[in-house]
Design a protein around this ligand. Structure first.
Ligand SMILES: *Cc1c(COP(=O)(O)O)cnc(C)c1O
Length: 235
């Protein structure tokens, strides 16, 4: 049986190979370990293998796990929220995460800003753009992006860091690449203008190579680290 730490070394090897192939430097790309639905023990196994960035998608589940892990004295993990943000969950998310990657509308940005507890640093924000041309998927449109960027920039309790996108689930690699390249072009435009706008979160287990090719600075990997997910309860 392969362990989480075996999986992690395999992924780091793959990332290194893709970086060589596409002339990127390995320290330009952060590995975000997507631990949604996985238990605290699995997160700590990845932690002890050297990982510090973890991604969660369900507010209540994450809140419980983060509290349990902090209670055990692990305080140097950077927690990323990557799931759809519902209005009634912004308070929890603003209190227990360092970064929210899935902000896609002004109302959610405003609530996160207002509910970020005093005493914590500004909540880091990525704006999620819908790059998959699928109606019901989360993410703002490219047209809506400028107004959202301007709004988040004005909020004192938020710190705008970049963009996030989820490619369509398809075997058509060229289509995935086109959608990543379009997001990267938009990212580069703002990266050239804005301070600290330096994160492009693209790439999952099945499209990591295309993401590295198209300028990703963070790949969000779940299945390849922790194995397949089982969904038991709905939040
Ligand atoms: C679950 C999830 C991932 C991880 O997906 P894998 O295919 O398991 O690597 C990445 N990004 C987001 C937004 C997710 O919800």
């Amino acid at each position: 049986m392969t362990t989480i730490s075996d999986n992690l070394s395999h992924i780091h090897q793959e990332l290194t190979a893709y970086c060589q192939k596409y002339q990127r430097s390995t320290d330009e790309i952060t590995l975000l370990c997507v631990s949604k639905t996985k238990p605290v023990e699995s997160i700590l196994e990845a932690y002890h293998a050297g990982e510090r960035h973890f991604g969660e998608s369900y507010a209540h589940e994450a809140d419980d796990k983060i509290a349990a892990i902090k209670e055990q004295g692990y305080n140097d993990i950077i927690w990323h929220f990557i799931g759809p943000v519902q209005s009634n969950k912004t308070k929890i998310i603003a209190a227990c995460f360092d970064i929210v990657e899935s902000v896609d509308r002004i109302k959610i940005a405003e609530r996160l800003n207002d509910q970020r507890p005093d005493g914590l640093p500004a909540l880091q924000v990525l704006l999620q753009v819908n790059i998959s041309d699928e109606e019901q998927k989360s993410g703002c449109s490219f047209e809506e992006l400028p107004a959202l960027i301007e709004f988040v920039q004005q909020k004192p309790r938020l710190k705008l860091r970049g963009l996030m996108g989820i490619a369509k689930e398809t075997d058509d690699k060229a289509e995935i690449e086109r959608s990543f390249a379009r997001l990267n072009a938009e990212f580069q435009k703002y990266h050239a203008q804005l301070a600290d706008f330096d994160m492009l979160s693209i790439g999952m287990t099945h499209d990591m190579e295309e993401a590295v090719k198209c300028g990703s600075t963070e790949v969000r990997i779940g299945t390849a680290i922790f194995g397949p997910r089982e969904y038991k309860k709905k939040e």
